[in-house]
Design a protein around this ligand. Structure first.
Ligand code: MV4
Length: 672
């Protein structure tokens, strides 16, 4: 086994690989770009090497820098993860030339699957079923049109070099063929620099079912059953599950054997996935599946296979790459239960799923256990940047059967708290609870067909939400006042007897908030014992509760106990409830921004970063302007100085600690 490996990737997959390496006692080297200096994968690895700028073409895609990093650190092998250099045969060769093991298939196997037409021909020869069609060298429009007629409409024109649906055209009738062909060729030439196409019978109701395969360097190959990835949006997978719903055992056997035959036909070694398309116009039928392509890497959705087989596929990859035999034979592998993976993205379903960049002000995944697994590469306080894929996490659940697993998935999604960016969380909950999805009535058109059910129009904040906002703001204000009273040491100070966020005699306040350009007004009545009565658009509620000091609000609303996440960023407040999130702006000039002032000497981080140096100790007397802390953020050092004379009351961080934007760095008891 290897002593040390380098992971040529970032984000959740780099963290995922490091986790297994650690468990096996293998040292790890991370690589990172300018944007990732403080990323989770860097913190997790034993060592890390900077390889360039934030843009992937300046760092994660530069083969030479990755190889140099491995040589520099004495790593023996390189795990490429997925994406980036993972299916680059040139990189696999360069590794070998540098005396490094590429943890993946032989370069020739990557190349064999790289071109679709050649791959299809190879598969036909290996008796793997392929979609009826034409994949010859003769590309003359007349011949292609004749072939289309022979196949029978509808036909699909696909770019030979293609992938991800680019250069694909469906043609329903002969009269449309010539124009569609020209369009597909133009798109293919632009996208891949190769205008060659192939033709296929168009399947009207397809399901995407893929088989996980594994081969070692001793001639053994097995499959680890199927995954169903039919639910996609613009060729992006959204939910993946294993096993495939309603898979007939005979079809599973046939597909598994075909996938192993595909791997053997190209001398495959390592983890691979053979993608099939199944024609489900009459349900799943053992003879209606066809080879699409083979992905010569570990895939994003590999955890669902791990959950139903109990195997660690990264461990298998490391064993096979270091020359060992496959850990198990086919007869030793079995399916146990059902697993589903949801990809949580920083994207806004309301804005056509536009990626949403920003700081993850709050990021609280559900607790992990035997049923729930969270694969993520980010922590609270990290940023979602435009440089990389905006996936926040993969949430994977397991249970005895599919419906139980889906129930767990909805529960775990509802528990996942994210504030700072928009997410597809509510969309995923709607998907996992959709009657047609629960019935297993899947195909690749699912999301488009049920779009209206899955992207619900956002509901304005209810009185309940307003009551939580009023409660949070009032409690914050009361805490600030209590701090100030303690600092002034004067129990008779008028500040000590205020009701709410502001001293007033009336016993009530107005609260004005804005949500997506709509103003919502409510009235807060201060009741004896500190309770509030909040009068909102749908009536009034009595609210009481407490803040837990960690962004949690324990509330009792009209006698109903609940926990909410509360994120304050200046005048914005995000309220997180299970499966529901509201971002509101506090418009009321009296309430807005008050929380900060009340704290007096509370110094907060102006941006996320790392504490470089702490220059004072608790209890120290400091002068106005005296430097207290040095914070490193955005590649610059920022000195946090005392705003006035006083004493350092609380110093929660030490040098080296990461801090989120807005984190309280220091409490200063102000002397006046
Ligand atoms: C097809 C098809 C129907 N008939 N081929 C899309 C991407 C590429 N990997 C294969 N794709 C398809 N090929 C034939 N002959 C429908 C699709 C397709 C699809 C396939 C898998 C997952 C999602 C999809 C979404 C739209 C179309």
């Amino acid at each position: 086994m290897f002593r040390k490996i380098l992971i040529a990737n970032r984000g959740e997959i780099a963290c995922r690989v490091i986790r297994t390496a650690k468990r096996l006692g293998i040292s790890t080297v991370a690589v990172y770009s300018d944007a990732d200096a403080r990323a989770r994968h860097v913190a997790m690895a034993d060592e890390a090497v900077h390889i360039g700028g934030a843009a992937v073409r300046d760092s994660y895609l530069v083969a030479e820098r990755v190889i140099n990093a491995a040589k520099l650190t004495g790593a023996q092998a390189i795990h490429p993860g997925y994406g980036f250099l993972s299916e680059n045969a040139g990189f696999a060769r360069a590794c070998a030339e540098a005396g490094l093991v590429f943890i993946g298939p032989p370069p020739a196997a990557i190349e064999a699957m790289g071109l679709k037409g050649a791959a299809k021909a190879l598969m036909e020869k290996a008796k793997v079923p392929v979609v009826p069609g034409y994949h010859g060298d003769d590309q003359s429009p007349d011949l292609l049109a004749k072939e289309a007629g022979r196949i029978g409409y509808p036909v699909l024109i696909k770019a030979v070099a293609g992938g991800g649906g680019k250069g694909m055209r469906r043609v329903d009738a002969a009269k449309d063929f010539a124009a569609a062909l020209a369009g597909a060729q133009r798109e293919a030439a632009n996208a891949f620099g190769d205008d060659k196409v192939l033709l296929e019978k168009y399947l009207v109701k397809p399901r995407h079912i893929e088989i996980q395969v594994f081969a070692d360097g001793h001639g053994n190959a097995v499959h680890l059953f199927e995954r169903d990835c039919s639910v996609q949006r613009r060729h992006q997978k959204v939910l993946e599950e294993a096993p495939a719903p309603d898979m007939p055992p005979a079809m599973r056997t046939a597909m598994g054997e075909a996938a192993v035959a595909a791997a053997k036909a190209i001398g495959y070694v390592g983890a691979g996935t053979v993608e099939f398309i199944a024609d489900v116009s009459d349900g799943l039928k053992p003879d209606r599946f066809y080879f699409m392509e083979m992905n010569t890497r570990l895939q994003v959705e590999h955890p669902v296979t791990e959950m139903i087989t109990g195997q660690d596929l990264v461990e298998w990859q490391l064993r096979v790459a270091s020359g060992e035999r496959l850990p198990l034979a086919q007869k030793d592998l079995a399916i146990d239960g059902h697993a589903v993976e949801a990809r949580i993205y920083a994207e806004d379903p309301q804005k056509n799923f536009l990626p949403s960049v920003g700081l993850l002000h709050r990021l609280r995944p559900p607790a992990e256990d035997a049923h729930v697994r969270v694969d993520t590469g980010v922590c609270e306080g990290d940023a979602v940047t435009p440089y990389y894929d905006p996936m926040i996490a993969k949430l994977i659940v397991w249970d005895r059967d599919r419906l139980s697993a889906l129930r767990r998935l909805r529960q775990a999604l509802a528990e996942y708290q994210v504030a700072g960016v928009a997410t597809n969380n509510a969309f995923l909950i709607a998907l996992a609870g959709h009657p047609a999805f629960m019935a297993g009535d899947l195909d690749t058109g699912f999301i488009e067909r049920f779009r209206a059910d899955l992207i619900p129009t956002p509901q304005p904040a209810s009185t309940m939400i307003l009551a939580l906002v009023a409660l949070a703001v009032t409690l914050e204000r009361r805490e600030a006042v209590a701090r100030q009273t303690a600092q002034s040491g004067d129990p008779w100070s008028p500040w000590a007897v205020v009701n709410g966020w502001r001293m007033n005699d009336q016993g009530w306040d107005e609260l004005l908030v804005r949500e997506r350009d709509t103003d919502i007004r409510c009235r807060i009545e201060y009741l004896p014992e500190g309770d509030l009565r909040v009068h909102g658009p749908e009536g009034s509620l009595v609210a009481q509760g407490s803040l837990d000091g960690d962004g949690g609000l324990d509330a009792v609303i009209d006698g109903r106990r609940l926990r909410a996440g509360i994120v304050r960023q200046n005048d914005d407040i995000v309220v997180l409830l299970p499966g529901e999130s509201h971002r509101l702006t506090i418009v009321d000039p009296r309430a807005a921004g008050d929380a900060e002032e009340g704290g007096g000497g509370q110094l907060t981080a102006p941006m996320p970063g790392r504490i470089v140096q702490v220059l004072v100790t608790e209890g120290a007397k400091v002068e106005k302007g005296q430097p207290l802390l040095i914070l490193e953020a955005m590649k610059m050092e920022h000195t946090i100085s005392a705003p006035s004379r006083g004493m350092v009351a609380k110093l929660p961080f030490r040098a080296g600690d990461q801090v989120a934007e807005g984190a309280v760095l220091l409490n200063l008891d102000i002397e006046d």
